[in-house]
Design a protein around this ligand. Sequence first.
Ligand SMILES: Nc1nc2c(c(=O)[nH]1)N[C@H]1C(S)=C(S)[C@@H](COP(=O)(O)O)O[C@H]1N2
Ligand SMILES: [Mo]
Length: 440
Amino acid sequence: MNSRDNAGSALAEPVEAAAGGRRQFLARSTAVATSLATMALSESAMAQSGATAAAPDVAKKNLPPNVPAWTKSLGAPTASPYGVPSKFETEATRKLYPGLKEPMSAYSTTPLQELDGTITPNGLFYERHHAGVPEIDPRQHRLMIHGLVKNPMIFEVQELRQFPSESHVYFLECSGNPSFLPPYGKTAAEVAGLVSCAEWTGVPLKTLLNRAGLDPKAKWIVAEGADGAAMTRSIPIEKCLDDVLIAYSQNGERLRPEQGYPIRLFVPGFEGNMSIKWLRRLHVTDQPGYTREETAKYTDLMGDGRARKFSFVMECKSIITSPSGTHRLTRKGTHEMRGIAWSGRGKITGVDVSIDGGNSWYPATLQEPVRSKALTAFRAPFEWNGKELVIMSRAMDETGYVQPTLEQLISVRGKVSFYHNNSVQPWRIAASGEVTNGRA
Ligand SMILES: Nc1nc2c(c(=O)[nH]1)N[C@H]1C(S)=C(S)[C@@H](COP(=O)(O)O)O[C@H]1N2
Ligand SMILES: [Mo]
């Protein structure tokens, strides 16, 4: 690492030097680069890297012992107004959920199988819009609080930013991530890509409610969005006075239009549809609104025909994202499985993994810090000797709840249930190394 850093700083100097000096430097840097390359690519490193062997089309002229083309010229100019990923990262993109026919009342998935760690880049945050993404001028947007309050209020966006703020890392998950029935997705994104995680900054809702002054009869708040769907949901007052935020930033920058610019409600640990985007109205009431979204839509029909309503909390769940569907193992030996776990009830306390289809389990290592209602990364080594394996993970949270199998879930909820499938996800590694959905 050190010698590479030194080489890097040596590279920085000559850019400002005169042309003659630069040519001289290039001769010097060629020597440095060549010796570094020889050192780094020891035999064992070559055996580990699969990448060189797997890409025969890559021009040999850029490989050791040659100096690559990009080392012999200036790069792109500084200060492109907004940075974008490398053009070689073509798979790290959001995709419309499989089978959707139109993009307006639709959802797109986070490419979980392409990402590392627990923070979702803003451009890859999953999307769920009931009527497309409105373009809202923040100067013309207002938040109204009315109903069972002493002082009804209307806030400008810039006023909201002046209240004492808080920042928290929280996951957001759509309750339909995924449905119970086949077809089962091919990739981790298709199976569970309607979950993402960000650091949200905003003003606690309780601050605004205290200012408005709650009537003792206040029991619910009906939140409404400013999009064409005027998406509306009722939230119990206890939750509103607990950890709900009026968020205006995600991962340090202002919300993206897709995530509710200029402000959204953020209801930690609850199903995504309650975190009303483009928030314009909070109606304080003594009972739920029983809006279209919480009657026709977000209830869970049980096997006996009764509906489970107000299933707010996203229960504990996990998924292995690497290796996962459409990945391929290219060598035998020790591999690392990696994944994410989360719970709407608090912190993840453990993740077990299995390589024999769930017959036996062993503990994965959790990446610190483990945060409440946020994605937690886990990893565990496993051996692959060229025989078929079925790998899966099972998470536990601080309430003692253990992530169920699909069979266990169906035995309780029946088969007509659509939302809240938090079951264990198996991946099959074939003798060829190909990874596919273990359910298909
Ligand atoms: N105003 C409004 N809020 C909304 C929605 C919507 O369509 N309109 N979709 C909801 C649903 S179903 C989910 S899962 C989340 C998705 O948030 P995201 O697009 O930031 O991931 O927003 C919720 N809030
Ligand atoms: Mo959703």
